[in-house]
Design a protein around this ligand. Structure first.
Ligand code: NCD
Ligand code: ZN
Length: 347
């Protein structure tokens, strides 16, 4: 029985770091585990230009703990008004590792997102030509569509037609949550890949309502059924390089989680790698962990794996930590679902 595993240092291919005091409070948790991260651009206001991305990158670097080599990989927030020539210029200086599509109104801080995919076709044309990936929040926003079907409907309504029009556009289908999405990605060629989060490997929609309504299990896309979770676990542990880790760690102040209209987003950075390791162990696939966390994503983004390693150990008793911490005046809660966690990083 494995009780310890050493893997190439992982990367986080989908991360929300926020800014200011929140950034300062959450970054050390990520920097301790991950070598690099794709940093989501949904600040208020969003990161839409090379200058904004460069300034944000500098703030992240400045917030790193002493001695940390953590490397933020910047992204651009796509809007109806994004100028294709700006993306071309940004590519020339390698300012962005991806351009993020948030359908307007689909999730937290997505008000400036794209209102119709056709509006950004000229930008996608340039992206396809230059090989810069489109990172996709794959949910429709139609209020008539059941919230648990929004990812599946997005595939039919947006992704399939988009793929027809842009056969060689690199697409990362972010934070998959349903079996239909897994099957879709499996069906595609090498231009379509996907990230999977720790929480979607652990939760089902039952967790949202277990023992009463639980906003700390609420993120978008929302967790789905047991069958969907099984498909995600199979995809993640399959050794198929189309699937890799993106934590979607998304901190919010407790006051914004515990209110009417609670914000979507789960802050999982501290427990993320432990839960992923635990899922791989329970599926009997620990030897495939490293590919999912540390190799496949780097390969897709054209980068080498990190040059260092981390070690995780399995404890006899569940992992415990201070689940609440301060970010300036605010408190933030760490992802601590009903499933006890046994794996943790060895310092
Ligand atoms: C994210 C956030 O809070 O920024 N929320 C979430 O529920 N995942 C945005 C996102 O990735 O959808
Ligand atoms: Zn996200």
């Amino acid at each position: 029985m494995n009780t310890e595993i050493t893997i190439i240092r992982p990367d986080d291919w989908h991360l929300h770091l926020r800014d200011g005091k929140m950034l300062a409070a959450v970054l050390p948790y990520t920097a301790k585990i991950y070598g690099r991260a794709i940093v989501m651009p949904n600040l208020m206001p969003p990161i839409t230009s090379v200058n904004e991305a460069e300034e944000y990158r500098r703030r992240i670097i400045a917030a790193r703990p002493e001695g940390s080599n953590f490397e933020p990989l910047m992204t651009c927030y796509l809007t109806d008004a994004t100028d294709p020539e700006d993306i071309r210029a940004a590519c020339a200086v390698k300012a962005f590792h991806a351009v993020k599509l948030f359908p307007a109104g689909a999730t937290t801080n997505s008000d400036n997102g794209v209102t119709s995919i056709k509006n950004v076709y000229p930008v996608l044309e340039v992206m396809q030509e230059l090989g810069i990936p489109l990172s996709v929040h794959g949910e429709v926003v139609d209020p008539e569509v059941d919230i648990f079907d929004r990812e599946a409907v997005f595939i039919e309504k947006v992704l399939i037609p988009l793929r027809k029009d842009f056969p060689e556009l690199k697409i990362i289908f972010e934070h998959l949550t349903c079996k239909k999405a897994v099957d879709y990605v499996l069906d595609q060629d090498e231009f379509t890949v996907a990230t999977i989060t720790p929480h979607h490997l652990v939760l089902t929609r039952n967790d949202l309502f277990k023992g009463g309504m639980n906003p700390y299990m609420y993120c978008l896309p929302v967790a789905k059924t047991f069958e969907d979770r099984k498909a995600l676990r199979e995809a993640a542990t399959s050794g198929n390089e189309k699937f890799f880790l993106g934590t979607d760690s998304a901190p919010h102040a407790c006051k914004n989680k515990e209110k009417e209209g609670a914000f979507a987003g789960i802050f999982n950075a501290p427990t993320s790698i432990g839960y992923v390791t635990q899922v791989f162990e329970r599926c009997g696939e620990l030897p495939r962990l490293e590919g999912f966390t540390s190799i496949f994503g780097a390969r897709f983004y054209g980068l080498s794996p990190n040059g260092s390693t981390i070690t995780l150990t399995k404890r006899d008793e569940p992992v415990s930590m201070n689940w609440l911490f301060k970010a300036g005046e605010d408190e933030v809660k760490i992802f601590n679902p009903d499933t006890p966690l046994y794996w943790e990083l060895v310092d």
